[in-house]
Design a protein around this ligand. Structure first.
Ligand SMILES: Nc1ncnc2c1ncn2[C@@H]1O[C@H](COP(=O)(O)OP(=O)(O)O)[C@@H](O)[C@H]1O
Ligand SMILES: [Mg+2]
Length: 406
């Protein structure tokens, strides 16, 4: 007996391409916003989908409106604002001084309407925000995970079948509700996170996922009335090399493709009444506990009855283990009330055995230290770079730093 239609379910031939096939490699789009280009991995990859997440008032709308305008020199860009009315967006456009012929605004909330209304293939679409748009044929509330996912599916399909890039803004509540737009993380190519202290104008844009570039790449901005100003040389604002106070230490960390000079500060105060406090800002608390124990154990400085506060200047959050040695130096300096000679930088990961380990990209870090006028870099003896004072242990590191030669 023949089964009709059996052939329909039969496997079809897949058109595998030889890896030598000639293709037109799509060029990355670069703009006048060079820091944004860098965080995206060296320009925008056409057809990519980017989620930009951040808390309220961080400047997501401002940044993306400016970027949309920068992209609109190369093709049509549609900015869809479900959050604000067109007059509101227009007043921001005027304030930022970014009027462009090819930048189009709408406050529609339907993804389907947007996709059917577009005639020429655009360079980019921006949805501000993914929580305020919906797609038809679903019985789910706007802003729900189901709606956000379904909208994202449609937008990803659109981006992959065209060469238009799609940007989606995602709100994160003040409490850091990562469950919100972050559920979309695996569906998109790139996730950028905009953070900062709302009181200060300083903002940090960080790539936390990027299929087209390194993660942990950061861009630094100053938020002003006329927009987000790029800080192209952040070492100059994060490190206070003039401070002569105890409790300061300088380190060179690596963020993405770039090294950055930073300042870590410690304060330790007696506490004989309750169990001592350990608070870190911009640094992992568990790691501070470990380094505090190391200071007590290997440097003969008891922190048992002292509260310990640690702060990375400028609102940066550092996870680079190369900062360990600087944290230890700051704790030592604060507790003993001793200053290190100026122009000293500390680079190294510290193990539980008190040994200083070499970290990645020492060459780049030392180069940055020199560029910033540092005279000596205390680092592992395994680093053979010129300008490094090599040490084996934290005890040796402190002794050599205090001696100040080299
Ligand atoms: N007229 C204005 N002049 C100067 N700054 C403004 C003005 N309006 C808003 N801002 C600043 O812009 C910030 C909001 O930026 P916005 O891009 O809307 O943030 P988000 O979209 O992340 O919520 C506010 O924190 C405020 O400081
Ligand atoms: Mg906004």
């Amino acid at each position: 007996m023949e089964i009709e239609g059996a052939l329909e379910g039969a496997p079809s031939i897949v058109d595998f391409k030889p890896s030598t096939a000639a293709i037109d490699v799509q060029k990355r789009l670069t703009t006048s916003m060079r820091e944004m280009d860098r965080v995206l991995g060296g320009g925008l990859t056409p057809g990519s989908v980017v989620l930009v997440a951040g808390g309220p008032g961080m400047g997501k709308s401002t940044l993306l409106l400016e970027y949309a305008s920068a992209l609109a020199t190369q093709g049509d860009v549609y900015y869809v604002s479900g959050e604000e009315s067109v007059p509101q967006v227009l007043s921001r456009v005027k304030r930022l001084g970014i009027e462009r012929d090819k930048l189009f605004l709408s406050s529609t909330v339907s993804v389907d309407d947007v996709l059917t209304s577009i005639k020429r293939e655009p360079t980019a679409l921006v949805f501000d925000s993914i929580q305020t748009v919906h797609t038809s044929g679903m019985n789910a509330l706007t802003g729900s995970v189901t709606q956000m996912r379904e909208c994202t599916v449609k937008l990803v399909e659109y981006a992959k079948s065209s060469s238009a890039s799609v940007f989606m803004i995602g709100h994160i509540t003040k409490g850091g509700n990562i469950a919100g737009p972050m559920v979309l993380e695996h569906m998109v190519d790139t996730v950028l996170y905009l953070e900062g202290e709302s009181r200060s104008g300083r903002r940090i844009l960080r790539a936390i996922k990027n299929r087209f570039g390194p993660t942990d790449e950061i861009a630094v901005y100053e938020m002003r009335e006329n927009g987000m100003i790029e800080i192209s040389d952040p070492s100059r604002i994060f490190a206070d090399t003039e401070s002569e106070e105890a409790g300061n230490a300088i380190s060179i960390v690596v963020e993405g493709s770039r090294s950055l000079m930073i300042n870590v500060q410690a304060l330790t105060t007696p506490n004989h009444k309750s169990s001592p406090i350990r608070i870190a800002r911009g640094f992992e608390n568990a790691r501070l506990l470990m380094l505090t124990a190391l200071v007590s154990n290997y440097l003969g400085v008891s922190l048992e009855n002292r509260d310990v506060y640690l702060n990375v200047l400028g609102g940066l959050k550092i996870s680079d283990p190369g900062m360990d040695l600087a944290v230890i130096a700051a704790l030592y300096s604060a507790t003993k009330n001793i200053c290190f000679p100026s122009k000293t930088a500390f680079v190294g990961e510290v193990g539980l055995d008190g040994r200083v380990r070499a970290v990645q990209q020492t060459r780049m870090r030392v180069a940055e230290a020199k560029r910033m006028g540092m005279k000596r870099v205390i680092a592992s003896y395994q680093s053979k770079e010129d300008g490094v004072m090599g040490v084996r242990t934290v005890r040796e590191a402190i002794a050599k730093a205090l001696s100040g030669d080299g």
